[in-house]
Design a protein around this ligand. Structure first.
Ligand code: IMP
Length: 438
């Protein structure tokens, strides 16, 4: 069975990029299958730090084919910018890349709609999107009337498609934004710009569904790289404060076209605490000194938007839910080093909602807002963990913290990360697929 998946189990930013990078060397193909340039994947290779928003983290490993599958929404300018950056930094084999002709394309009207819609949210709290046009592009995909797929850029009908869309989008935007902010879109300029993008990207465009199905049938080893986190899943997350794709494990097949029978291992990525960017409920949020301390120590500022991330205690109820939802086999606990120096740590072990104790993650945002977390307190540790390379070297309190996470979530820990570098990694199981690559 050739397929392994890496899925974030919180609200994104769990440091998935590091694990994908570690696993890539044991795979033939790395696939991004949902989201777009709203992701921010940081990979540290020795002294070099790479920040990728759209291209799969696998582009940093020579010999691996990277695929952006049909479930992704592509900003072509961003794809070109990231390819140019990798070329200028002399990354070997960086453009061994395939872009799905089914992937939907982000256009200037999507950015404008993203800005306009986010401030129009009716319930008083904004989603706080990344502003990358993700939601509006997915909305057009499902709505179909104004959608453009990457393959459309190479058809004779493309220019007329843009003219048709711009006429309608100008009407829509004029009604959405104050007159002094309205800037009409110019169809001819967009056609010219996107035709140039299309030429540049032409060598990479392919039917990736067919490519991946054949690869899976031939037994090629495929790594699926999830973006965002499962609590941002459009169907199963903290709706409507979510992204517009299936960012939990349920999205792998619909985004890539590869059925579940080819996926044999799902690795869940969990930060040792919780963070969230943008609006929406966050039961274990610490909007206080503790939260600030975690933010400072963990450098919890958005990779894409630079916004300060909201920080809080680990929520085992939420992680247990997303592990089950994503069919997780093992978890990697990330950023454990960030918690050094705290007197005590808390883990949310259950929720109280309207006076009732519950282990279920509520489906409605109003109920998530009502959650009173029930915490268990554990002793902290003072030691710096960044140089620790084996379980035996960890302070007792850190071992106990990991054991408790494992018990509460009900999934074995496969690996622990104590810093951004590839070497700052502790394999936990002797048969750890992540640890085996170190
Ligand atoms: P969008 O994906 O830009 O539409 O944003 C929707 C919500 O998802 C906002 O709260 C964003 O902050 C959040 N979000 C989107 N992508 C990421 C990510 O990669 N990490 C963390 N949060 C994200």
């Amino acid at each position: 069975m050739p397929g392994t998946c890496v899925i974030g189990l919180q609200w994104g930013d769990e440091a998935k990029g590091k694990i994908v990078d570690l696993l890539t060397r044991d795979h033939d193909i790395v696939v991004r299958y949902q989201g777009g340039a709203n992701a921010g994947h940081t990979v540290v290779v020795g002294p070099e730090v790479y920040k990728l928003s759209l291209l799969p983290s696998g582009v940093l490993t020579p010999g691996v084919t990277c695929v952006i599958a049909g479930g992704v929404v592509i900003n072509p300018a961003k794809a070109i910018e990231e390819l140019d950056e990798l070329a200028s930094r002399k990354v070997e084999d960086y453009d061994n890349l395939l872009l799905s002709d089914r992937a939907h394309v982000i256009f200037p009207w999507h950015f404008a709609e993203d800005r306009a819609m986010d401030r129009n949210t009716s319930d008083g709290e904004n989603i706080g999107t990344t502003g990358r046009g993700i939601g509006p592009c997915y909305r057009d995909k499902v709505g179909r009337s104004y959608a453009v797929r990457l393959g459309d850029l190479y058809r004779d009908t493309f220019a007329d498609q843009v003219r048709h869309n711009v006429a309608e989008k100008n009407r829509l935007l004029a009604a959405m934004v104050p007159p002094e902010e309205f800037e009409a879109l110019d169809a001819e300029a967009i056609i010219k710009q996107y035709t140039a993008y299309a030429e540049r990207l032409r060598p990479y465009v392919a039917d990736t569904t067919e490519y991946l199905l054949s690869a899976a049938e031939e037994g090629k080893r495929i790594l699926f790289e999830g973006a965002q986190g499962a609590l941002l899943d459009v169907d199963h997350g903290t709706y409507p404060f979510v992204t517009s794709s299936n960012s939990s494990g349920v999205g792998i097949s619909n985004g890539s076209g590869v059925p579940g029978r080819y996926i044999d291992k799902v690795i869940g990525i969990v930060k040792a605490y919780s963070t969230r960017v943008g609006g929406g409920p966050f039961p274990t949020e610490q909007d206080n000194e503790i939260g600030q301390r975690i933010r400072d120590q963990g450098n919890e500022y958005g990779t894409v938007t630079k916004r300060p991330r909201r920080c809080g205690w680990l929520d085992a109820v939420a992680v247990r839910y997303t592990s089950r939802l994503s069919g997780v086999d093992s978890i990697c606990v990330m950023l454990l080093d960030v918690l050094s120096g705290l007197e005590e740590l808390k883990i949310c072990t259950a929720y109280e909602i309207d006076g009732k104790r519950s282990l279920a993650f509520p489906s409605h945002v109003d109920d998530i807002r009502k959650v009173v977390p029930i915490y268990e307190t554990l002793p902290g540790w003072q030691e710096d963990l960044s140089g620790v390379r084996s379980l035996d070297e960890l302070p007792h309190a850190a071992r106990d913290y990991l054991d408790r996470i494992c018990e509460l979530v009900g999934i074995p820990v496969e690996m622990v990360s104590v810093g951004p570098d590839r070497s700052q990694t502790i394999p936990v199981n002797s048969d750890s697929v992540v640890g085996a690559t170190l």
